[in-house]
Design a protein around this ligand. Structure first.
Ligand code: FMN
Length: 240
């Protein structure tokens, strides 16, 4: 922690960095050193996990031939997705993103980090091989990976070709590792652009209990405006 900055300054600065993250679907050929990828994966590995089982594996792919095989296999699945698997609502929701079955970024990005979830623990020192809350744990680790990449000035995409069993096959992974996500990592192509999307404002995602504040020095703040009036009336001490 930086002693010169208040917790609020530090949190604001992290928010600013993460607000600048956008999914990138077109990458330049600027290389990314392996040591940087190692740091991102080490950061992801700090994530909390059910019973500390750390049920994840991050396979970092840079070989052009492997990336091509992944692209070709992903496009086979994606063509089926866009032609028949996706229902109308799904295609409607995807339309603003401008995505289609072509996945050139799987070859362009200098690295593909393929995240696998483990359906049993394979650490030899452990007493049992059960794993707990695997999706939650791997999701948190993935988020930390994405945040670390953003802090390092790198761009990413969370790509989920479906189904993604082919990833385990192409990468020769053991049966208990299940593909979870593919994350191309690199720098955006000069002509890369992101669709114009908005984030929900804080008042749409946060509901605050404005009851007795344990910290009396904390000034009362306005309730999120989305709180229903009847809920609001029921809360003691509302400033509104
Ligand atoms: C679980 C998950 C799966 C996603 N799968 C894909 C995908 O397969 N292809 C893609 O182009 N984007 C994918 N995305 C990216 C989302 O479309 C994107 O995060 C969203 O539109 C918000 O845009 P932003 O990331 O630029 O803020 C996925 C995102 C998440 C969280």
């Amino acid at each position: 922690m930086n002693d010169d900055q208040s917790p609020s300054d530090l949190a604001d600065s992290f928010l600013k960095t993460l607000r600048s993250r956008r999914s990138v679907r077109s990458f330049s050929d600027r290389p990314v050193p392996q040591v940087l990828i190692e740091t991102l994966i080490a950061t992801a590995g700090t994530a909390p996990s059910g019973a500390n089982k750390q049920p994840w594996r991050f396979v970092a792919v840079q070989d052009a031939d492997l990336k091509r095989r992944i692209r070709l296999a992903a496009e086979v699945e994606e063509r089926k997705f866009y032609e028949s698997r996706a229902n109308e609502d799904w295609l409607t929701d995807l339309a603003p993103l401008g995505t289609n079955a072509e996945k050139p970024f799987l070859e362009e990005a200098p690295w593909l980090v393929v995240i696998f979830k483990l359906n049993r623990d394979d650490e030899p020192v452990r007493k049992t091989d059960q794993v707990y809350y695997v999706n939650e744990s791997v999701g948190i680790a993935t988020g930390m990976f994405l945040a670390a990449a953003q802090v390092a000035g790198l761009s990413t995409l969370t790509h989920t070709p479906s189904p993604m069993k082919f990833l385990g096959e192409v990468l020769g992974r053991p049966e208990h590792e299940r593909a979870y996500m593919v994350i191309p990592v690199g720098y955006p192509a000069p002509d890369s652009s992101s669709p114009d999307l908005e984030r929900k404002p804080l008042e749409r995602i946060m509901v605050v209990d404005d009851g007795a504040a344990p910290n009396s020095s904390d000034p009362k703040r306005s309730l999120p405006s989305s709180m229903a009036p009847d809920q609001r009336d029921g809360l003691a001490g509302s400033p509104e």
